[in-house]
Write a protein that binds this ligand. Structure first.
Ligand SMILES: [Ca+2]
Length: 164
């Protein structure tokens, strides 16, 4: 692929307090959008706190700024219902990766906070989070607020592998 700057591993971990779209529950799944590429988790039946723990890998091109997540309720006889959407800004991860490169000779195994990311109007974070250096990898664990929905949080983790 042209201008590929690295690989992003996206782990869709779990959801919390998701919205009800059937009688008393929902059958949630997540669509991950990274540029033109999409991936879909499995459907968890009748669950508002689903655990997916699914990992997807995407090629990342230079112009990409964010990844999108959409949650849906699977239905059999009608269109799937929306359960909110959210996104993750990739800039702090790219910046942390640059820092990691600059520090390379000083980094060993173990873990270190590379960059603090505060919740603001430009991101969907629910709490202050850190892009971490974990045994050679750049990892960002994020708790994201779902938008355009009455309730719901999405927990995702990304690992960034810069092409060198
Ligand atoms: Ca359903």
């Amino acid at each position: 692929m042209a201008n590929t700057v690295g690989l992003l591993k996206v782990i869709v971990s779990h959801g919390k307090k998701l919205a009800i779209r059937d009688f008393t529950s929902s059958d949630p799944y997540v669509i991950v959008r990274v540029g033109d590429a999409t991936a879909k988790t499995k459907v968890i039946k009748s669950c508002l706190n689903p655990v997916w723990n699914e990992e997807f890998t995407f090629d990342i091109i230079e112009s990409l700024r964010a990844i999108q997540f959409e949650v849906f309720d699977k239905d059999t006889f009608k269109h799937d219902d929306k359960m909110g959407h959210t996104f993750m800004d990739l800039q702090p991860i790219f910046a942390a990766s640059k820092l990691k490169r600059a520090l390379q000779s000083k980094l060993t195994t173990g873990e270190m906070k590379l960059r603090k990311v505060a919740p603001n109007s430009e991101n969907c974070l629910l709490e202050e989070s850190f892009v971490m250096y974990l045994d050679g990898e750049v990892v960002f664990d994020a708790r994201l607020r779902l938008c355009d929905v009455e309730t719901g949080e999405l927990f995702v983790k990304v690992k960034w592998f810069e092409r060198v």
